[in-house]
Ligand binder design. Structure first.
Ligand code: FES
Ligand SMILES: [Fe+2]
Length: 375
């Protein structure tokens, strides 16, 4: 019983708004155009806009009287003016004019917006909102994103649930054998009927390596019968093309802090899903399908991604992500639990993630006094 108490209290130590001291993929670069863009990230509103040939991220509400700055406009190059009374800010968040008070006003020197570090990589805008000095972006990328000559296809969708629900879905890969056995991607694959999960640290020490293995495609339950009852069609592909698909007898995935998973697929493809806490009720899923390729091979990969894989993996009720989304948006995270042998990954996550998080895992309260800047 004491063990259960400590497990539930460590569950509560995983911050509802995410681990702050990490880079997060926020949106596609092309979503920030000539007009300022709005983004909700780690419980805060941000405004993103282009100036000096790059993208900048500032706190999103005007310190004067709370007008959303993404509704503002640019009167002078590299600046953003609030839509209400025209307080004007530069790319670093410094107030450079209060238009209704005239050029002699001393107000601008007293006002500043918080600004956040921004990088663009793979056509995605990455933002760091932590309380420590931002590390190089490479430090927060999984190994598959550090290779040369990468082709990266991105899918972004917003789910109505807290990020902790989805990260625990990552740490519980055995659900795939049940939830995804009827996904279009796995419909003709041999799928284990039961398996055992093992969890260890990743080689780089930044997360968890999850691996399950089994040897049965059909189990017999005394008094109930066989499960699954029918699976003959799954043997067809195996008979025709061989019994070599990666999830047939075992499977592994890696989950790294703050909140992403990587799975190696056939053909040298890596599928990475990043969870980006928007606020307590909403999570952005950023899925990156990655391959090392150049020239014709790169074109070929993009073609098959857009024509087939994107739909099998990311979109629709029978895609893998669509099925995960349905589960995560309906699960009651606060319901009393009885954890079992399939939950060893979840138990490791709750006990260790907040201890291992950069800068500690506690939620940070940021002072919202007008005019205070973190950088
Ligand atoms: S609310 Fe922004 S200038 Fe007044
Ligand atoms: Fe899943």
């Amino acid at each position: 019983m004491a063990g259960e108490m400590s497990l539930s209290s460590s569950k509560e130590r995983i911050p509802e708004l995410g681990f702050r001291n990490y880079w997060y993929p926020a949106l596609k670069s092309k979503e920030v155009g000539r007009k300022p863009a709005h983004l909700r990230l780690l419980g805060e509103d941000l405004v993103l806009f282009r100036a000096r040939d790059r993208i900048w991220a500032l706190e999103g509400k005007c310190p004067h009287r709370g007008m959303p700055l993404w509704l503002g406009r640019s009167h002078f190059p590299g600046t953003l003016s609030c839509a209400y009374h025209g307080w004007t800010f530069d790319h670093q968040g410094r107030c450079v004019a209060a238009l209704l008070e005239g050029p002699d006003s001393s107000l601008p020197s007293k006002v500043c917006l918080r600004s956040y570090a921004v990088e663009e990589r793979f056509g995605v805008v990455w933002i760091f909102m932590g309380e420590v000095e931002p590390p190089p972006l490479d430090e927060d990328l999984p190994p598959a994103l550090l290779k040369p000559d990468l082709v990266v296809c991105t899918d972004i969708q917003d789910w109505r649930c807290n990020w902790r629900v989805v990260i625990e879905n990552f740490m519980d890969p055995l659900h795939a054998l049940y939830v995804h056995r009827r996904s279009l991607l796995m419909l003709f694959d041999m799928v284990l009927s039961s398996a055992r999960l093992e969890v260890r640290d990743t080689d780089d020490g930044r997360g968890f390596h999850l691996e399950y293995r089994g040897d049965s495609y059909q189990d017999i339950y005394p008094g109930l019968g066989r499960y699954p009852r029918r699976w003959w069609w799954r043997r067809l592909r195996a008979r025709l093309f061989g019994d070599d698909k990666f999830w047939e007898r075992g499977f592994f995935a890696e989950v790294r802090l703050p909140s992403h998973t990587s799975v190696n697929l056939p053909g040298g493809v890596t599928y990475i899903q990043w969870l980006v806490p928007k606020d307590k009720e909403e999570t952005r899923s950023v899925a990156l399908t990655v391959v090392q390729a150049r020239g014709l091979r790169a074109l070929n990969f993009k073609f098959w991604y857009h024509v087939l894989f994107h739909w099998l993996e990311n979109r629709g009720a029978y895609s893998v992500l669509g099925q995960d989304r349905l589960i995560c948006e309906h699960q009651d995270y606060r319901h009393p639990e009885k954890l079992s042998a399939t939950d060893v990954g979840i138990i490791r996550w709750r006990r260790e993630a907040w201890r291992r998080a950069r800068g500690g895992g506690s939620e940070v309260t940021i002072s919202r006094r007008s005019g205070e800047s973190t950088r």
